[in-house]
Ligand binder design. Sequence first.
Ligand SMILES: [Zn+2]
Ligand SMILES: [Zn+2]
Length: 210
Amino acid sequence: MIIEKLEVGPFASNCYVVGDESSNAGMIIDPGAEAKTILQKVNDFKLEIKRIVLTHGHMDHVGALKEVKEATGAQVAIHVDDADSLQSRDPLSMMFRLSLKAPPPADILLKGGDSVDIGNLRFLVLHTPGHTAGGICLLGEGVVFTGDTLFNFGIGRFDMPGGNGHQLLNNIHTKLMVLPDSTTVYPGHGPATTIGTERNWNPFLREQSP
Ligand SMILES: [Zn+2]
Ligand SMILES: [Zn+2]
């Protein structure tokens, strides 16, 4: 599996270009900004992008969506509970007074338990609301893309519309901390980590431990 991380935009959001080496099928997760950089990476690996998957609808994860969709022709998938955020002014962009190129509407509305197939790769959609109502994690073989749900030594903020701290922690415990320790975590911001590292050292999760 090809996994290329690109740190893009003013919020240093992680965009991931994921590819199946055996078929050249690819997926872009969270095209937050810098469409040219993202598309260059797609070209470097000669990937045919099948899906653009959004971990949630915040503008720092969808800012380059319009350009990336137009360039690749790929269908856009987002959880049904965050689909509206592509149509309305995002609270983050309002907060920081950023102008946003209006993102296109989603083509595919995801629910927890759905899978996203990219060539021979299969990713399971884990619905993990708490940062936003429609936040998801994408679970592949040995890897999980966590968006703004779980970070290395952190968790997503839950003080914005749709946020709920109790729900966020509950989802992290019941849907992510049940994964094997060796699972690599690719978050929406900051460095990659593992489930085991976060289980043992993430201060937000330790506070909840008995
Ligand atoms: Zn976010
Ligand atoms: Zn973010």
